[in-house]
Design a protein around this ligand. Structure first.
Ligand code: DOR
Length: 425
């Protein structure tokens, strides 16, 4: 049986950090104690480093099959391992779209072959991920996927979404919704706010998001389906989710670091500021931060959306939607929210490790008996974000040049080391 002993690392225990040793046997945590002496076991000294349950990102784009020039399962999961993620959930805007078990098989085979960390895919909600037309066979797909999403598109018809939720509810898996009313888009590509008006750009109104969140919450009430809202970006959506939770509905949501750190006043005419949903107003950013701190927002996901350098080089109007996030999310959140006292370390760990596991049923944790999926962080490492150093093929980020603190030193999946940095002896 494979054994690994992690010595002298710090574990965050809710009330603070404690120095601990962790013994891993057969892929699970066998023992946690102040001192562990085990003979003939591979031992790693983690003095000065911090152990967290492996990070989980429930919203990434790995682009394989179909768009391997942007990213692959190998490159995207290696970027995840580099950053401390032990599980990532890729969205289905692929070719073929995983809308049948046969189509999904192509992706599952690539995962089996190349994935460095757990890669747990979504199936689409509609055939061809069109946001309309035919629904997928939820029951046939459910055993292979983490949930159902048409990410990149909203499901337009109320009747179709009601039927999707009715069928999905029987599987126990969640609907993970990209909320966007096409009729309200009017060719927009950044937030419909002051920057768009001043610089002559076409705006995407907030209503295009929150109208669909509102509709879907009503459908959850009618169907009982578990429902998770993708990349919440508006203050109205935060308020709707808060109310749904108070009512006891099975509703959860995520946002991404860029919506918490930036708003439309940060925009420049550069593709690295373009994503969907767009960076919103100052009020929206404040509401998102409040929601992240008070528990309305359950999860920090990245919406890691790599594109080629050329696709991101055409300014705000013509660049592709999407920025990368796997290799910047934790250091950005730690530096700008935990270090500055806006949120506790415990809250960050909940949003990046604990809640995604609980909501999506993903293994891992830092208790005896848990599957040994662990991120070891060097919380005192400080550096400047440089996209050239990213493992991901995608390099487009608005955070290049940001000074951050906190770097992943080692990543363990199923008790096996999948990334080891220079600062681990
Ligand atoms: O910015 C985005 N990029 N938003 C989406 O909804 C899709 C994603 C992508 O696939 O590039």
């Amino acid at each position: 049986m494979e054994r690994l002993l992690l010595k002298n690392g710090l574990i965050y225990r809710g009330f603070g950090f404690e120095r601990c040793c962790v013994l891993i046997e057969g892929g699970r945590i066998a023992k946690i104690a102040t001192e562990i002496d085990a003979e003939g076991v591979q031992t790693v000294d983690l003095a000065g480093l911090t152990m967290l349950p492996g990070l989980v990102d429930v919203h990434v784009h790995l682009r394989e099959p179909g768009f391997e020039y942007k990213e692959t399962i190998a490159s995207g999961s290696a970027a995840a391992a580099r950053a401390g993620y032990t599980a990532i959930c890729p969205m289905p805007n692929l070719n073929p779209v995983p809308d049948s078990v046969e189509h999904l098989r192509v992706q599952l085979d690539a995962i089996e072959r190349d994935a460095r960390v757990r890669v747990l895919p979504y199936a689409s909600i509609t055939a061809g991920q069109k946001g309309e037309g035919e629904l997928v066979d939820f029951e046939a797909l459910a055993p292979y996927v983490i949930g159902f999403s048409d990410d990149g598109r909203g499901v337009q018809s109320d009747d179709l979404m009601r039927e999707a939720m009715r069928r999905c509810a029987k599987t126990g898996r969640p609907i993970v919704a990209h909320c966007e009313v096409n009729d309200l888009l009017r060719g927009g590509y950044i937030h419909d706010g002051e920057y768009a008006r001043e610089h002559g750009h076409k705006g995407i109104c907030s209503e295009s998001e929150w109208r669909q969140v509102e509709r879907d919450i009503n459908l959850v009430r009618a169907t009982g389906c578990r429902y998770h809202v993708c990349h919440v970006s508006t203050k109205e959506s935060v308020a709707l989710v808060r109310r749904a939770k108070a009512e006891g509905l099975p509703v959860t949501c995520e946002t991404a670091p860029h919506y918490l750190l930036l708003n439309e006043t940060n925009l420049q005419n550069d593709g690295c500021y373009k994503m969907n949903p767009p960076l919103r107003g100052v009020d929206d950013q404040a509401a998102l931060i409040e929601g992240a701190v008070d528990g309305t927002i359950d999860v920090i996901a990245t919406d890691h959306a790599p594109h080629s350098a050329e696709e991101k080089s055409r300014g705000l109007e013509k660049s592709a939607f999407g920025i990368v996030g796997l290799e910047t999310a934790f250091p950005l959140m730690f530096t700008n929210f935990v270090q500055k006292g806006v949120m506790s370390m415990e809250r960050l760990v909940q949003m990046m490790c604990v809640n995604p596991r609980r909501i999506f049923g993903i293994p891992g944790g830092l208790n005896v008996g848990d599957v040994a999926d662990i991120a070891v962080m060097n919380l005192s490492a400080d550096y400047v974000i440089n996209p050239k150093h990213f493992v991901s093929k995608g390099k487009s980020t608005p955070f290049a040049g940001y000074k951050v603190q906190g770097d992943c030193a080692m990543t363990i999946v199923d008790g096996r080391v999948v990334f080891r940095g220079f600062d681990v002896a």
